[in-house]
Design a protein around this ligand. Sequence first.
Ligand SMILES: Cc1ncc(C[n+]2csc(CCOP(=O)(O)OP(=O)(O)O)c2C)c(N)n1
Ligand SMILES: [Mg+2]
Length: 378
Amino acid sequence: MNASERPDHSPPLGSETRVVAFEIKHTQIIDHHGAPLGPLPEFAKDPAELIKLYRAMVLTRLFDNKAIALQRTGKMGTYASSNGQEGVAVGMGSAMQPCDVFAPVYREYGTQFMRGVAMHEILLYWGGDERGMNYAQQRQDFPISVPIASQIPHAVGAAFAMKLRKEPRVSVGVLGDGASSKGDFYESLNIAGAWQLPVVIVIVNNQWAISLPRHEQSFAATLAQKGIAAGVPCEQVDGNDVIAMRYIMERALERARNGGGPTLIEALTYRMSDHTTADDASRYRPPAELEGQRQFDPIMRLKNYLTHNADWDDAKEQALQAECSAEIESEVKLYLDTPPMPPESMFDHLYETLPAIYKEQRDEVMQLGATGGGEDHV
Ligand SMILES: Cc1ncc(C[n+]2csc(CCOP(=O)(O)OP(=O)(O)O)c2C)c(N)n1
Ligand SMILES: [Mg+2]
């Protein structure tokens, strides 16, 4: 049964008319083997453009592997992997303009890198150093949001400011399938529709909210249809198809930029990793499910397309991987070479005048520091 069916079979009394009906479109442009399913969007006719998307996905995957290795070797704190979700992130990043505002969750590194956020900034953040969220570029973008869905009111608020100032900019807010059950999301979506704000909200449906599977998260047939109740155009896209993701995102951004109001996009993907490095997904996720999802890998898919349509070969692949790895290594060095914040800095930036009780504690921490406290990033 889906939500449009009657919950019981009793005959209608009096007059019953259909006041509204809806459908949700799903877009895929290349299939999971990398074969086009129809005409390509203009940007995808240029192989150089597709190689840029491919490079951004490969860089993000290699960064991810490195970040996990840093955590496992005690050089960084807990880390949230984006493995499997690179198509969504790069699709979003490639469609946005630098002047737009991005409000991410904690797996959108691919988007952030495309927007100019540095890899060492992300590493600093997961190393427990908040200076990592003080991006040198894209200073209008929001920091990573660990409290789930709380960034959607922020994204919508930024869109309200853009509308008031009559700026041709768009705010993009991202959340997960789990976060889409939260009040912050529903309230924001409602106001985005009511005020016709220039915002694109993307639900990254990676099928899991830690250990809760999508089918237990909501009885709705799609998460996209949550936009219907708010009068917000909504659709679903294969997020592992970076071409489709960019195409759908570009359309939504253009509509918002031209005064056409908000869009809700549900991007279907799969979290190939543990929830974070503090999780062990094998305790709740059937191994066969993960193995079955590998064939839908977004990177493999575009690689297959490029191999058949843009002379992509092993030599080019190796050169690309070497170039990305070198870039990552130099960013890792920047991270590891950043002197840690002094421990007493945890008391700074909270109060204009520090209350006496905290002042005492701050002094105590400084004393400890003087006698040799923690030194590394862990
Ligand atoms: C407000 C709030 N409640 C609970 C949590 C604990 N928590 C962290 S991640 C998570 C699940 C998020 O799932 P989803 O929205 O699908 O995002 P994903 O991690 O799959 O990318 C929860 C409940 C939190 N971070 N914030
Ligand atoms: Mg999820």
